[in-house]
Write a protein that binds this ligand. Sequence first.
Ligand code: NCD
Length: 359
Amino acid sequence: MKHLIDPMDLTKQETDEIISLAQDIIAHRERYQGSMSHHKLATLFYEPSTRTRLSFTSAMMELGGNVLGFSDARNTSVSKGETVQDTVRVVGCFSDIIAMRHYIEGAQLYASEVSRVPIINAGDGSHSHPTQTLTDLLTITRELGKVDGITIGFCGDLRFGRTVHSLIKALTRYKDVKIVLIAPEELKLPDYIKHDVCDKCGLPYREVSTMEEVMPELDILYMTRVQKERFLDEDEFDRVKDCFVLDSAKMALAKKKMAVLHPLPRVNEILTEVDDDPRAAYFRQVENGKFVREALIVKLLEWKDDPAHQMPQQDAAVYDETLHCNNPKCICNNEHAPHKFRLADNGTLRCWYCDHKVK
Ligand code: NCD
């Protein structure tokens, strides 16, 4: 069975198949209507969402399927202390596939270990957001015709922005992609992405301190919101909240064929004056999210019993009861997940569930 917890759970070929199917759905929507009748999607959202939850719901409805679930876990047995593993065991009796968003990092990976239906990670804390990655890849493909060879600037909160982490991982599989990171010191990309992802896969990145100095070379500008809800210190948030703002003056420096992406919601980081610029692709990106989720649901259910589509071979896990993940937002520190770690190439030991450095 195939879950989608991390973008690398899909092979490049499976990713391409999903993107192509999404394009076919866009071109021939009527062909897919009703294709998921008699199937049920459960949306389990432990954290706020507009686009992701509604696009999953709308995607399943377009396919003629049904949707059940919750958007506020406080009204469910979670408030009685039910674990994510027990919840997916139960919900798997009522549905064929589950999309789950959780504020705890690694919650979906832990849940998938016992699930009898495919689990889709719809965002776990500041860790990963693989369905936004599929949305972004489809959007880049539709805006520019290709992903290979692009220069992409990531701007804003690269520390807590889970969409950035997941998209960078996926980009390691495309040819000649260059990455530029535009973030204040406090919001820089986590080390594990720089070292275990970019350096390991030979994805070149450089860090700059202003948008102006890179605007002319970008094919994609990926703007992000500063993730207020992830800060432990409010003063720190206040210092960085308006760090980079995209306006018409900055757009004037960019290529004619550049595209601006943003997973949304935006707060102050893109002025509304940019919305009418034909290069502002963020609302088109939202609609792509629905089509790509339709394609994902179709494919995960098609692959469910196909031995050719399994979860990728994982690195060997290291179990050590004497070691602790020090991320308070990790599933290990919120439920009784095992003390399980992975050994990175450089000898670093990282938490299996949230990727934080342990040793
Ligand atoms: C993003 C998320 O939830 O991570 N939104 C989304 O899913 N489209 C980005 C954000 O909240 O800033």
